[in-house]
Design a protein around this ligand. Sequence first.
Ligand SMILES: [Zn+2]
Length: 321
Amino acid sequence: MVSNKFKIFANKPSFNLWYHPLYTDGIHDKARFPKYRYQMVLKMLKQSKEFKKMSIQKPDPISRKSLLLAHDENYVDAFLKGKLNEKEMRRIGLTPWTPKMIERTLCLTGGAVKATIHAIKHGGITGNMAGGTHHAHRDFGSGYCVFNDLAISAKYALENQGLKRVVILDLDVHQGDGTATILANDIRTRTISVHCSTNFPFRKSVSDFDLPIEPESGDDLYLEKVREAVKLSLDFEPDILLFQAGVDGLEHDHLGKLNITKEGMKIRNQYVFEKMLDYRIPTVIFMGGGYSKPIEHTIDSFYDLFIDASIWNERWWNQSI
Ligand SMILES: [Zn+2]
């Protein structure tokens, strides 16, 4: 009886989601950033009946050595010693910085790598409830991003976990410019970005595949590009998919310029999960942007994202019985 129970449990592991209170508390009250979104999403998830399918994990700070997989040593050390200058800090944003900013950044990036390792070892879907810091370049940060958790996780998977091919699928409304430049010469990675053509960053990088769409495009065009991006992901036959799942393409978003409905966003996520399940490709969710006014629209969409992740993660294990 006991062994049967264990067997059932072993075949249906939880959806593991990394989270730390510092994701909110490490940002200053006066910063122009909706910092409460992390704790609001968690609170909403905890009230759901699906929450029993989830397991919240606490990240450890990432090591300096892991940061150097994707970043310049001088930049990494300047940040760790609190010695970035005003201009460099302003370019990142989230100012004024608190002393907790360093620990927050290290935990956030550590959560991404831990979620990646877990997906590699066990399969299914995992996630980090922050990050998707795709605007961080090799030697400077930008647009709320200090270090590039996607590029670091990709390099970590290739260098330390023996993976051969990694896809970074970036569906945030902003282009994954930092990820594109950091991974530009690495043939083991494929970077794919679906984004609004006129949005930040105004000087775009070159991803392996860029799929820009015009402002005010709605669900149909967006989902067509998403399907194209997923096909490009599968064509590469990756060992893992790193999914930047920003919801700032929503119609209420303050920083996006697309008109995606909450339902369209759900269809997007479910399509990605379904296809990765079909091809048994472990998937890691990097939360990404979301800045709606009021913020509740963003919270609702992130809630949908993580609930659907837990449902498709369960299907992954049901199929393997
Ligand atoms: Zn964004």
